[in-house]
Design a protein around this ligand. Structure first.
Ligand code: SF4
Length: 368
């Protein structure tokens, strides 16, 4: 039988002696904790620190973030990836403004109703900002407890998560440092009970840890086999005119929402021939009011997202007619010298850079 009080005391003693100084560690403002937790999802601590500081300089409170233009939000977030996190964060603070008069609610039910806040982020805000005994259980915490308790079931199963949440709740019962328990568990998972070769000799729980006693640390946690990313073929058209290239903005929802790209078509099958690619691109460009022909193939590249993989092929195109009479002249002509001015969707930045270097080479060759 675990002695929860002892576990908590050992954990907090260890945390007091070993914790890293991180900019969000001293915060109790729910908004700032919310920002840090959203940024830390799928991103390393060292990478987050400069973004966190810059973000809060620009949007120091919920009111500032709620009023930000999407383009500005995107430019402050760009480089951190998973832009949908930023959009959800903004929608969340806008809802706090509209529904709660700008004050962050302090019940799990209300916080969980805000856009982009899942059980983990809700637990982190409630325990750290409001000092409530609410668990925040992420992959790190699941790993630590799967070893401490030797849980030989996949940790992504809901009953396992519930069991670990109950254990954390027991550890927080009747103490005044619930937020520190949350942060200490995260720190233990990040510094000591790491995925490979856990540093058990430095662990405050080495005397209790069942996995250590059984020498089973490296076999835990158990995970379900991850689903392979879905392959999506993307055919991209590069239409150039007078040192400019045609770009379009992605829809306001979904993958890479609102970011800029070259006109593209997604398909589940690879276009076998250049004629197949041309047919796809002609359809896409017609939507933009243009008749094109494909001149030649450009670069090919692969970009991996968490659940899908883009296999992207580019094609240089030529305008057959300036615009189709009566159609919309859509898209934005971007001078090649200004490619840095756009928030590019994933691999399109690389394509833009390749295009500029290719054009530079051609000008150089002509000049010889
Ligand atoms: Fe993890 Fe080792 Fe500590 Fe067990 S003793 S919780 S395996 S670091």
């Amino acid at each position: 039988m675990m002695n929860f009080k002892e576990l908590t005391t050992q954990l907090l003693d260890w945390y007091d002696r070993n914790r890293r100084e991180l900019p969000w560690r001293t915060e109790t403002d729910p908004y700032r904790i919310w920002v840090s937790e959203v940024m830390l999802q799928q991103t390393r601590v060292e990478a987050v620190i400069p973004y966190y500081r810059r973000f809060l300089q620009r949007f120091p409170d919920m009111r500032a973030l709620a009023a930000a233009e999407p383009e500005e939000l995107l430019s402050v977030w760009q480089g951190l990836g998973y832009y949908s996190r930023a959009r959800h964060l903004q929608q969340g603070v806008q809802e706090v403004q509209a529904r709660y008069g700008g004050r962050m609610p302090d019940s799990r039910e209300e916080i969980s109703g805000l856009p982009g806040i899942g059980p983990y982020t809700a637990g982190a805000i409630l325990s750290i900002a409001h000092n409530k005994p609410e668990p925040a259980v992420d992959g790190n915490v699941l790993r630590v407890f799967s070893r401490l308790l030797v849980i030989r079931e996949p940790i992504d199963r809901l009953p396992v998560k519930r069991r670990i949440e109950t254990t954390v709740r027991e550890m927080m019962a009747g103490i005044s440092r619930c937020g520190d328990v949350t942060q200490a568990l995260m720190e233990l998972g990040a510094l000591v009970c790491v995925p490979r070769n856990p540093r058990c000799d430095s662990c405050p729980w080495q005397g209790h840890c069942a996995a250590r006693l059984e020498n089973a640390q490296d076999a835990l946690p158990i995970r379900k086999a991850p689903a392979l990313p879905r392959i999506v073929h993307v055919v991209t058209g590069l239409l150039l005119r007078d040192g400019q290239v045609l770009t379009v903005q992605r829809p306001p929802r979904g993958l890479l929402a609102g970011m800029w790209e070259f006109p593209s078509v997604e398909s589940s099958d690879s276009p076998g021939t250049m004629a197949d690619a041309e047919r796809l691109l002609q359809e896409r460009f017609r939507e933009l009011g243009r008749e094109i022909t494909v001149l030649s193939a450009g670069q090919s590249l692969t970009h991996i997202f968490s659940h899908r993989q883009w296999q992207l092929r580019t094609f240089f195109c030529r305008d057959r007619a300036a615009t189709i009479p009566g159609s919309v002249d859509a898209g934005r002509w971007l001078p090649l010298g200004r490619i840095e001015s756009l928030n590019w969707a994933g691999p399109h930045r690389k394509i833009a850079a390749g295009l500029v270097s290719e054009m530079g080479k051609q000008i150089h060759e002509k000049g010889k």
